[in-house]
Design a protein around this ligand. Sequence first.
Ligand code: SF4
Ligand code: SF4
Ligand code: FES
Length: 261
Amino acid sequence: MATTTVISGPEAGSAALPTPPEGSVIVTVKIARFNPEDGKGAHWDTFEVPALPSDRLLNLLLYIKGYLDGSLTFRRSCAHGVCGSDAMRINGVNRLACKLLMKDMLPKDGKPLTITVEALKGLPVEKDLIVDMEPFFDAFRAIKPYLMTSGHEPTGERIQSASDRARFDDTTKCILCACCTSSCPVYWNEGSYFGPAAFVNAHRFIFDSRDEGAAERLDILNDVDGVWRCRTTFNCTDACPRGIQITKAIAEVKRALLFAR
Ligand code: SF4
Ligand code: SF4
Ligand code: FES
């Protein structure tokens, strides 16, 4: 990325700048840009944005889009850490922009703050902070992430004890944000690797006492692109915004492959 453009005034954007709120400080937000249609190639743009301690990074991106550069492109939906759509690389670490509070980033000594924002690594960049999620969802679909049963449909609910439910509780929390898979060095180097999110979602069904597809899924995960390629580097666990113990889940899947579940 060769060039950097600084954009800080209303002339660059689509609306008049509002008065910065009381108590706000100016933060520099450096964003990796790419538009396949403008011929500029990959480059950095830098924006000066007022931020309150109560803001999330997502608020700053929305400010940039609303007042400084309407062409900035990123995904977001819920703004509350639920939908998983605003995963991006913030200061080199995969995070959800809507969960990153400015009070945790602003220096206590009042020094200037620069935040770098890039698209997730390991997935093709479509535009600015938007990556093509299809390779990620291909791996998710490959592990058959749904309840598999045989025989007649039960006439009532499928009963499960609290302890059986607890067995896979952690992996039910996945919101498919891709923070884990796109922080995995094995995935960066070998895109055919299923990646940790696929393992997490396989775990969720393999250890569900109501499911009968464990053997089929384990067979898939035993593949050359499956769990054995994991190097247990913990990047995925560190990146997960839901706090899922991903490396532990992968170890449990490996154990299930070696022994009976
Ligand atoms: S623990 Fe395994 S899946 Fe997770 S980041 Fe490391 S190599 Fe990738
Ligand atoms: S396991 Fe965590 S980091 Fe990975 S996709 Fe699910 S929620 Fe995101
Ligand atoms: S916008 Fe939904 S998780 Fe951030």
